[in-house]
Design a protein around this ligand. Structure first.
Ligand code: EPZ
Length: 429
């Protein structure tokens, strides 16, 4: 298993181009199941998660051709026919969002058998809202031996679906299922994340009729068929936010490009409150800190446009060096503080009680061996390692590879001392 070795203490200075969003790309890839024509996705991130999903889509009948086009990395996905409506456990458990093939398979093929995704280190993450939405669209759903069997031999039909609370995945899954349903679907209390708008834009380019994405009410008028299209994956706001926090923590000056400051506004406001210099630009943001001590600020995670849960671990790392006490409340997932004990190994003062973490800033962190537990937790340890004195060794970095494209390369370009140690002991230069 690879690990990452960091010698901390230096400032970050330079420019980091932000990749396409993992959490959008994987839903857009699923959309390719809805048409027999090729779907071309540009600004595609190359990540372990897109590879995992690619394997499942191949199994279902999708061919995927990856290349470097004039607009950067792209993938052309083509599903002339659905070859299998069976998504096995081994392919779904590697990446939870694979579960989102259920609705499109039923919509295009009338039936599907998809493994339940199972638990996750950050929380129980049930899929009850997904199943209720697909049932409301007229599918018959049965659960046996860890699998969901869904059938709608005469196709899905539009419905009014009100989500009891906001779910990104259930909103996207309902959209992916309803675009080919007969009649109109109205989704209320829908998630407003930018990735939802991105999915709607792609579906509309394919000929769907989706309006209201990005607001809590989304209307979808079903169409008989969808065509191919070309669509650019939205910028990864979580990657951008992560590097913004890294620059804030180490000090220095980093320009993030190929991104949008408005998508991380909730974070930028908190960084400014903490005393970090933030300049919003046409293609991103510049983050700057010149050695002044950070100030503690409180954060509650919330659905978009609130403070993203996917940036909570990184912000906690930042607050370990701030002056005063910061209270961080996680309101989306019930077990998303696994990074706290690892940050404590670097010298942080963090007390977790239920959904709340109290972080009292310390004068400095000291490098240590730490272990990654999930994607965002792992990157918070990398950020903390960059700011710590001495050497930090982050093991189990396969979590990082799920969602951060060329992380070492991007950080090294800004002067960081970050090396990947291959499972066989060799160092990736
Ligand atoms: C998406 O997960 C993201 N994943 C997550 O990013 C992100 O943290 C999350 O949205 C919130 O922004 C992808 O897009 C692949 P939810 P998702 O459904 O869709 C509960 C990362 O690190 N819930 O909005 O699974 C659920 O347990 C990942 O990139 C149900 O109870 O999140 C959670 O407490 C981690 N029943 C809350 O809703 C359901 O049927 C919100 O989850 C569905 C969700």
């Amino acid at each position: 298993m690879d690990s990452i070795a960091i010698t901390g203490g230096g400032q970050l200075k330079g420019q980091i181009p932000i990749s396409g969003a993992k959490n959008s790309a994987i839903k857009l890839m699923v959309a390719s199941l809805l048409t027999d024509e090729p779907l071309r996705l540009t600004n595609m991130p190359r990540l372990a998660d897109t590879r995992f999903l690619g394997k499942l889509l191949n199994h279902l009948g999708t061919s995927i051709v990856e290349s470097d086009g004039p607009d950067g990395p792209e993938s052309v996905l083509h599903t002339p026919t659905i070859r299998s409506h069976f998504a096995p456990y081994d392919l779904v458990r590697q990446m939870r969002a694979s579960f989102n093939v259920l609705g499109p398979l039923v919509a295009r093929n009338g039936q599907a058998k998809v493994s339940l995704p199972g638990g996750c280190t950050i929380g129980a993450r049930p899929v009850d809202l997904h199943l209720k939405a697909i049932e409301a669209l007229g599918a018959q759903i049965d659960l046996h031996e860890g699998y969901v069997y869904a059938q709608a031999p005469r196709g899905l039909r539009g419905a009014e679906i009100e989500f009891p609370f906001v779910s990104v995945g259930a909103t996207e899954h309902a959209m992916l299922s309803a675009v080919l349903a007969k009649g109109e679907t109205v989704l209320s209390n829908a998630a407003c994340e930018p990735e939802i708008e991105d999915l709607a834009d792609c579906l509309n380019a394919m000929g769907a009729q989706v309006s209201g994405a990005g607001t809590p009410v989304i209307r979808i008028v079903g169409v008989d068929r969808l065509s191919g299209a070309t669509h650019a994956v939205i910028t990864d706001r979580i990657e951008a936010g992560t590097y913004a926090v890294a620059a804030a923590m180490t000090g220095g000056e980093v320009r993030l490009t190929n991104t949008r400051a408005d998508l991380i506004e909730a974070l930028l406001v908190k960084l400014e409150e903490a005393g970090v210099g933030v300049t919003r630009t046409n293609d991103g943001v510049v983050i700057r800190r010149n050695g002044s001590r950070l100030k503690a600020v409180n954060v509650d995670t919330a659905p978009y446009p609130g403070f993203a849960t996917d940036l909570q671990a990184q912000f906690m790392a930042l607050m370990t060096l701030a002056e005063g006490e910061s209270v961080i409340r996680e309101t989306i997932f019930e077990n998303r503080f696994m990074h706290a004990p690892e940050l404590r190994r670097l010298g942080a003062d963090i007390v977790v009680s239920g959904p709340e973490a109290r972080v009292t800033g310390v004068d400095h962190l000291e490098g240590a061996p730490v272990m990654a537990t999930d994607l965002r937790a792992s990157v918070s340890l990398v950020i903390a390692g960059l700011a710590a004195r001495g050497n930090t060794h982050v093991s189990r970095v396969y979590h990082l590879d799920r969602g951060f494209e060329r992380l070492e390369e991007k950080l090294t370009a800004c002067g960081a001392d970050v090396r990947r140690i291959k499972g066989d002991g060799s160092v990736d230069e």
